[in-house]
Design a protein around this ligand. Structure first.
Ligand SMILES: [Fe+2]
Length: 205
């Protein structure tokens, strides 16, 4: 066939580690709760900026440099980053990828994370710490949507690569990586239990 796909968009998903993943994730959940409890400035920030949820993004954005559990998480996530870079055929010999930001997100039922991207970073991602059954996944949007001046709808059963949006179901213990220009978001969860995750950025320095 003469038609070939070009300019694909990649999303990486994998268990954080093969052994001890459940124990590590459970221990990290305690740490996430401690971060929230100790971050009164962040709780105030969230009243204005993150209704029905808590994020340390506004106050404690470099947890991997402040707390041992998050430093350990950084080391574990790093095993995945070169794999993703290789899949994208990125030449990183001239500089290094460094985790620049790492923050906690705790979403209750009505919390929403609107569509956004992470300017200034190369890779972004999330490690899932607690995912109540039925909680919202992470939603990605075709980065070319804004250029679609006129395009017919796709068939409901179109090939996955031709979809204009996709939602990844999330699972505690798994890490998701994507390029930081890829617009993503989280809709409100229908569950009462809290959905807990740790998000991060990698920059090229
Ligand atoms: Fe994000």
């Amino acid at each position: 066939m003469a038609t070939k796909p070009w300019f694909p968009t990649y999303v990486y998903e994998a268990p954080l580690q093969g052994r001890g993943n459940q124990d590590f994730t459970r221990a990290l959940l305690d740490e996430c709760h401690k971060v929230r409890e100790g971050d009164s400035a962040g709780q105030l920030w969230c009243q204005e900026n993150y209704p029905a949820g808590y994020t340390s993004y506004g106050t404690l954005r470099q947890l991997h440099r402040a707390l041992p559990m998050f430093a350990d998480l950084e080391r574990k996530i790093w095993r995945h980053v070169p794999r993703f870079a290789r899949r994208l055929d990125m030449d990183l010999r001239e500089a290094s990828l460094v985790m620049t930001d790492c923050w906690v997100n705790i979403m209750s039922r009505d919390a929403v994370h609107p569509l956004h991207l992470h300017p200034g970073a190369i890779f972004s991602g999330t490690f899932y710490v607690r995912t109540p059954p039925g909680c919202s996944g992470i939603h990605f949007e075709d980065p070319r949507l804004e250029k679609f001046v006129c395009i017919p709808p796709r068939f409901p059963d179109c090939r996955p690569a031709n979809r204009q949006q996709v939602t990844y179901g999330v699972e505690a213990g798994k890490v998701i990586l994507f390029e930081s220009w890829l617009r993503h978001g989280v809709v409100s969860s229908p569950t009462h239990d809290e959905r807990v995750s740790v998000s991060f950025n990698y920059a090229w320095v």
